[in-house]
Design a protein around this ligand. Sequence first.
Ligand SMILES: Cc1cc2nc3c(=O)[nH]c(=O)nc-3n(C[C@H](O)[C@H](O)[C@H](O)COP(=O)(O)OP(=O)(O)OC[C@H]3O[C@@H](n4cnc5c(N)ncnc54)[C@H](O)[C@@H]3O)c2cc1C
Length: 396
Amino acid sequence: MNPDHKQAIVVGAGLAGAAAARALADRGWQINVLEMAETIAPGGSGVPVGVMSCHVSVDDNPLSQLTRDGMQWTRRFAQTHLEEGVDWLGNGVLERRLSPGGADKKPWQEPAVDNVWHGHVQLASDEQMAQAGLSPSATQALWQAHGAWIKPQALVQALLKHDNILVVTRAEVESMQRHASGEWHLRVKNHISIPNMGSSHTYSTETAPHVVLALGAHTPDFLNQVLYVDHMGLHPIAGMVSWGLQKNVTPLPPFAVNGHGSFVSGVPTLDGPAWYTGATFERNAMKASSDEAAQNENQQRLAELLPAVEAQLQTQFADAAQLKWWGGVRCASVNRMPKVGPLDEAQFPGLHLLTAMGSRGLTLSLLCANVLAAQMEKSKPPVSESLLKAMRCQLT
Ligand SMILES: Cc1cc2nc3c(=O)[nH]c(=O)nc-3n(C[C@H](O)[C@H](O)[C@H](O)COP(=O)(O)OP(=O)(O)OC[C@H]3O[C@@H](n4cnc5c(N)ncnc54)[C@H](O)[C@@H]3O)c2cc1C
């Protein structure tokens, strides 16, 4: 098989895998997506709703630069492929400037016209502060006009809807080898469940000259146990979101609020509009705790982020029958940047990585997938050399 053949297997059908499949399919590639679960977006991307916003930093660090561009990529796709008000709402994000302990950070100066943040971030107006139940004389908040809340599963579904993409679920990649022909051979365990008879499996082999690993929190183990290489400091961070249906509450903020955990309300569900807040952070855990302590942690963070909102939701937090939760796992890197590109061109030709989206998969996946697709086509990626370097995979 000619390695220039535009054919690839993408492993993992979360935000990263779906975005990679789409970026390649849009460039004419034929893509098979293999997902071990029985549905798409069962992992970190299964979070019911997420916030898309820039990482704001005074020194405009690489993550800030990447998120600023990333938001535009996701926003453009959402505008044309998702239903506004149902799957997403792009009406801005209010960003509180709170440190991890909940105290106010140094005041932000309104960016001048020649500042990189101009047009992306401004000081929140008195009206926006009031809508969030905050007092402008007591604290400061920023307004990210391009921010949004998005349902990640809807985004994944829309990304995978393409004639060049075939999705196979219940297909777990157990091992992989590159043959002399230049093709990768993936041994796939196909999970079968027969009603009332339990589960079984068969094995098959999938082949392609290029493979993209988009395994989220499973990446470190896969690197260690399947490819026998270093996990590059990638690590799982489990997290839990608290949520409830909006019953008998006076108006909640009409936009998403971020900065010390996050809060989103007015999200349509089958049972009516719902609010969501969180999430917890459990480093190196592959399963999120959902006990009372974890719920209390989300409530406490909400009390610091939006005291007036927390006061309204206290009864729901106190009633286990009304309080719901969702748990999942993110993949993070040491420098908090995603890992994008060839794993190691010399050792593993044709094998690429797209992972470590941290808590910003919505903001980063589409841009990073297009960076990867450009690299795979040997064309110019849509980010600077320094950002490419910060995202490079480096085996030690
Ligand atoms: C509690 C919580 C809150 C979050 N909130 C936000 C938010 O507000 N905003 C935001 O942008 N992001 C948020 N995120 C993060 C976001 O969800 C992640 O950045 C994103 O899901 C990463 O996508 P991914 O495709 O890399 O990983 P995943 O969605 O985990 O996808 C990896 C996929 O690979 C599959 N897989 C793994 N191994 C194999 C194998 N061997 N064979 C086949 N398939 C395999 C898995 O089943 C999975 O479907 C949150 C995450 C959590 C957990």
